[in-house]
Design a protein. Structure first.
Lengths: 271, 315, 532
């Protein structure tokens, strides 16, 4: 195990632990207003300070981690559940109309950046965490479809797949039995990367008001609230920013570490 | 080459057609009638009907779609529901902020990423490589809008080198306009540059392992000569793909960054339009963004063919 | 004075000792062949001379080119030497050229990088050299890209790059291994001609003893990083001192005895089979063009018969194999196995498929790395209506592993724990486990070292006795086909141009293409067996 993997896993686990702990305990009620003690910098009673309503920043960060993780995790889940079967199918039907259709569909989704999808969805159904999940999730589908197809295509050329076909196995069975286990490592690594990208995207959407709505705390909205106060209370922006950076950094390090550990030949698409 | 271009052009047209249908269909399923939204719940039925006719909402869907697409082809994007002004004019003003910003950021990102990636690849495993890779690992993790806020804090509020926000306008000259776009462009470009540098490095390292690099060395090229003469052009092939994707990211990212710097771009327009349910504006801006992305991908496809002669002979 | 003098060369990469005290010398105008099986260190010896070793490699000893020590030479002087005094030709012509540069640019680069000539004259020289290697610019303009050339033509470009400055030493690392026999013969002729014409010394690395015996003045036999024997070709062929050398030569020409064929009952009947592939369109709206990969092929394979199918790459033998296996449907004609068609109604018929199995070429790609051996070799059970279960299943696995010379305990191992030869045994076990009536061997011994290949051929002969095998043996290697089949078919451009009893066809070919193939194949000299 590399240093990357250890450091990355440690950072990511810390964030997950904070999120889980927030269900049981936070230093203060994250919604409790305390106007007299507003805009305190980090100190002994409020370890990460307070915001413009006097709410405890640490508590808000812990609860905000919940939102980030939930949105990103479900979005990766959507991407994998839809993208992997699509990629496997496209590879099994290489060069035929179904493959062509799936890949053109992919290109089409790629032409709508996740933010544009979010704008469309919000314009219709209104802003909210669920719509943010859908917007990020839809964008994850072609990522997983493409990477699965790419890896599966080279496997389909291998002789052990020919042997399975000679043994009478159909495309679906071969995909499940031979292709999927051999692309699993790649998908796990890509999943970690997409997870970190999901956290960034959620923060961006919440920042422009398209993500989780009040009173659900989220890191992106904490930054939006901080914007007008950054000149006299920089900790309002610094703390949620660092939370995002450390989480994403942790996940990326974990992804890179996992890749080296599982299979050094894997290449990850990171866009 | 002509055949290749024609084929890509055909695929571009198809993508645009499908994208326009998707956008139109999605907006169509939107709950709520724009006319009743504009007039409020107490509107008289006949006023409502009159407005619906005025907005063109009473004709069949296919006809509306064709009118919309046909209008766009001639530069007519319809009339805003809220402002009653031509959408094309609203967009044109804003586009000259968002598009230059995205291109400015793309240029910066490429200018930073190429040297960094090449440097890291040529010093693989050495301290220089490790330092560049560490910096990019951090760069990838930074949200661009947060980075933008930090830039404002340091360079606008504390050092006062730039304005904290707003746009000087192109009529004030190129210099002031570019100056007001510089901080936003840096905020957009650095995280993308980190990604691009990583891709550049790994593409180069892949190429360095190719047989033809050994052939080049056997001819008497030094490591450096082989890298520049044979490695770089081959490594460009995967890098171009990423540059294409980055443009769509930067364009979307500029919508967010505009919020930080109070820039009057497409982002501001679209958020106003959403809050007033001015769907025709949303529809047109989204279509425009998708159009830009598809056109850039077309340009990337042409660039592929320039880099890789194998594509020209294939169709 | 020797052109190249290697003394006591040792090389290690990390903890691995790749070369151990290698000695070798080469005079101008001489061809020295270094031969041995994989892992012998022969290619590393070549790369040591070029000083193009992996960064972590550490070399000791001495390599002198015209009394100049290369091991101590700084990198910039080595660069000046490479391409100028030493040229090198590599194994894989498909990947040895930069795909995004024209062949003219790549040949000229050798000249320009050493500033040997001004650009205009360099282009002139590039034309001359390309003409010399058989690519005259009026037919192959300098602006061609590598992907527009065939494998043999690309190898000619690589050679042109290597000899553009008339180096004194030419190193050729398996220069013809990736090529067809007829192309191989032409490239070997070209190399030999260049050596004579330019008075170069050539260090040739090859695993193919027939090539060695044909071409080399001097032979160096290596094993595990050591030189086991060296000598003048003619002398060495007559008086082999080392048992390894003898084993190598014997294994290269390994003969097996097959049991007699029982009375002829047809098993596989192929009649007028045609398979077309659509070519990529050359013009946007042009009608599609087709490439006829298999063109009216008919033959019958009898029960208990061992039939060979030979031909060069692209002749259609792989397509035919896939059609027989039911992996691809044919457009015309039919394929009957035991009286039933392989394809019925656009779907391969399970009952027919059950009667055949296949062994592929690549011992490393033939198995799912995530499954254990017992699961790998029982995969064909999927075709059976009532596959064996429980102890019956494990008994069958044990029996098959024993039949191919492995231990029943191997069933619970993963494939990466086995060597190439062992993997090919496992592939045979997988093909045998359902007791099919027909087995196809698709280049099944082509990727193996000669000594391993000899063992697998022995195993096949044994299995023919024990299991009454009927097989179709597809190969480009004429020597192997000659000993392992009773009857042979020669395929060219989608057609079977000649078929008949193997000995008959080989000793008295009727079709000009068969004649050309046999003439092009380098032949091993008859060595006196067992006498030192």
């Amino acid at each position: 195990m590399s240093r990357n993997l250890i450091l990355g896993t440690a950072l990511s686990s810390l964030v997950v632990l904070a999120a889980v702990l927030s269900f049981l305990w936070t230093p203060y009620d994250h919604t409790a207003l305390d106007i007299p003690n507003k805009l305190q910098p980090p100190n002994a009673t409020h370890w990460l300070g307070t915001d413009h309503f006097g709410r405890d920043m640490l508590s808000m960060i812990m609860v905000g981690a919940r939102t980030s993780i939930a949105v990103a995790l479900v979005a990766v889940g959507i991407g994998m559940t839809a993208g992997i079967p699509l990629g496997l199918t496209a590879a099994a039907r290489k060069g035929m109309w179904l493959d062509e259709l799936i890949m053109r569909g992919n290109d089409l989704v790629f032409a709508f950046p996740s933010l544009v999808i979010a704008i469309l969805i919000t314009a219709i159904f209104g802003a909210g965490a669920i719509n943010a999940i859908i917007a990020i999730g839809i964008f994850n589908i072609p990522v997983f479809a493409r990477i699965t197809r790419g890896a599966a295509l080279s496997l389909w050329e291998r002789e052990f797949i020919m042997a399975a076909r000679v043994a009478g196995k159909g495309a679906a069975r071969i995909s499940a039995e031979h292709i999927l286990p051999n692309v699993a490592n790649l998908l796990i690594v890509q999943g970690t990367i997409q997870f970190s990208l999901g956290i960034l995207a959620e923060a961006g959407l919440s920042y422009v008001g398209l993500g989780a709505q009040p009173p659900t705390p989220s890191w992106g909205r904490m930054l939006a609230d901080a914007q007008t106060m950054v000149s006299f209370a920089p900790h309002l922006a610094l703390i949620p920013g660092c939370a995002i950076i450390l989480t994403v950094l942790g996940l990326n390090l974990m992804g890179d570490g996992l890749r080296d550990w599982l299979d050094p030949r894997i290449r990850v698409a990171r866009t | 080459m002509l055949r290749y271009t024609l084929k890509r052009l055909l695929s571009l047209t198809l993508s645009l057609a499908v994208a326009s249908m998707v956008i139109f269909a999605v907006i169509e399923v939107a709950p709520g009638d724009p006319a009743s939204f504009m007039l409020g719940v107490n509107a008289q039925p006949d006023t409502l009907a009159a407005l619906r006719t005025e907005l063109g909402l009473d004709v069949p869907k296919t006809e509306r779609y064709l009118t919309w697409v046909g209008g766009m082809l001639t530069g007519d994007f319809g009339t805003s529901y809220t402002y009653r002004t031509p959408v094309s004019q609203m967009i044109a003003d804003r586009m000259w902020v968002s598009l230059p910003l995205a291109l400015y950021a793309l240029t910066l990102s490429t200018l930073i990423a190429f040297p960094a990636g090449i440097y890291a690849a040529s010093r693989r495993g050495k301290p220089g490589d490790i330092a560049v890779m560490g910096a990019t690992q951090l760069g990838v993790a930074v949200p661009n809008f947060w980075f933008a806020m930090m830039l404002v804090l340091v360079f606008a509020i504390n050092l006062r080198w730039f304005n904290a926000g707003g746009f000087a306008g192109w009529d004030k000259g190129f210099g002031p306009a570019m100056q007001s776009l510089t901080l936003p462009a840096i905020a957009l470009a650095l995280p993308q540059a980190a990604i691009l540098a990583r891709v550049m490095r790994s593409a180069l390292l892949d190429v360095l392992g190719e047989d033809f690099m050994r052939t080049a060395r056997a001819k008497g090229l030094s490591r450096r000569q082989a890298l520049w003469r044979h490695g770089l052009r081959n490594a460009l092939i995967p890098v171009l793909t990423i540059i294409g994707l980055q443009f769509s990211f930067l364009l979307a990212g500029s919508i967010i960054i505009e919020q930080v710097f109070y820039l009057p771009g497409l982002g501001r327009l679209v958020f106003q339009a959403i809050s007033s349910r001015d769907l025709i504006v949303v529809e047109s801006v989204v279509m425009l963004l998708v159009f830009a992305v598809i056109v850039v991908n077309f340009v990337v496809d042409l660039a592929y063919a320039a880099v890789d002669p194998r594509l020209k002979s294939r169709t | 004075m020797n052109l190249l003098e290697i003394r006591n060369l040792s090389l290690s990469i990390g903890a691995h000792n790749i070369l151990k005290g290698v000695d070798l010398s080469l005079s101008p105008g001489e061809i020295v062949a270094v031969t041995g099986e994989s892992g012998s260190g022969k290619s590393m010896t070549a790369l040591s001379v070029m000083q193009l070793l992996p960064e972590t490699a550490e070399a000791s000893g001495s390599i002198q080119l015209e009394e100049q020590e290369l091991l101590d030479l700084p990198e910039d002087q080595l660069c000046a030497l490479r391409g100028q005094s030493i040229g090198m030709v590599f194994q894989e012509p498909m990947t040895a050229l930069n795909p995004v540069k024209s062949i003219g640019d790549q040949v000229m680069e050798t000249i320009l990088i050493h500033k040997a000539l001004p650009p205009a004259q360099a282009e002139e020289r590039a034309r001359e050299v390309l003409t010399r290697v058989g690519l005259p610019p009026n037919r192959f303009p300098l602006s061609r890209f590598p992907h527009e050339l065939s494998g043999g033509q690309r190898q000619r470009v690589v050679i042109a790059m290597a000899i553009a400055l008339r180096p004194r030493l030419l190193i050729a690392d398996e220069p013809t291994t990736a090529l067809d026999v007829t192309t191989q013969a032409q490239i070997l002729d070209l190399l030999q001609g260049l050596v004579t014409e330019y008075g170069m010394g050539m260090l040739m690395i090859t695993h193919d003893l027939a090539v060695v015996a044909d071409l080399a003045d001097h032979i160096v036999v290596m094993r595990h990083g050591e030189v086991v024997e060296t000598g003048h070709t003619r002398h060495l062929l007559r008086h082999m001192q080392h048992p390894y050398t003898r084993m190598l030569f014997e294994a290269s020409d390994h003969q097996v005895t097959l049991p007699p064929v029982p009375d002829l009952q047809p098993l596989l009947a192929v009649a007028d089979v045609v398979r077309d592939y659509r070519k990529p369109r050359t013009r946007l709206f042009a009608p599609p063009e087709f490439h006829r990969a298999v063109d009216g092929v008919s033959f019958t394979l009898h029960r208990g018969e061992r039939l060979g199918l030979v031909g060069e790459s692209g002749c259609g033998k792989s397509t035919l194999t896939r059609a027989i296996l039911g992996l691809e449907e044919v457009q015309q004609g039919h394929i009957l196995l035991d009286g039933s068609t392989v394809f019925s109604g656009h779907k391969p018929d399970r009952a027919v498929r059950r009667k055949m199995q296949v062994v592929f070429q690549d011992p490393f790609g033939s198995f799912n790395p995530r499954h254990k051996v017992h699961r790998l070799i029982t995969e064909p059970f999927y075709l059976m209506d009532a596959p064996p279960k429980g102890t019956e299943r494990s008994d069958r696995i044990a029996e098959m592993l024993a039949a191919v010379g492995l231990s029943p305990d191997d069933a619970s191992k993963y494939i990466h724990e086995f060597s190439g030869g062992q993997r090919q045994r496992i592939a045979i076990a997988r093909a045998l486990i359902t007791r099919p009536k027909l087995i196809l061997f698709d280049e099944a011994v082509s990727a193996l070292d000669v000594s391993v290949r000899a063992q697998i051929l022995d195993l096949l002969a044994e299995l023919c006795e024990a299991y009454d095998l009927t097989y179709l043996f597809i190969s480009h290697d004429l020597n192997v086909v000659r000993t392992i089949t009773d009857r042979v078919m020669v395929m060219q451009a989608g057609k079977i141009v000649e078929q008949g009893d193997t000995e008959q066809v080989f000793s008295d070919p009727q079709h000009p293409y068969t004649e050309a193939l046999l003439a092009a194949a380098p032949r091993l000299p008859k060595i006196t067996r067992g006498v030192a």
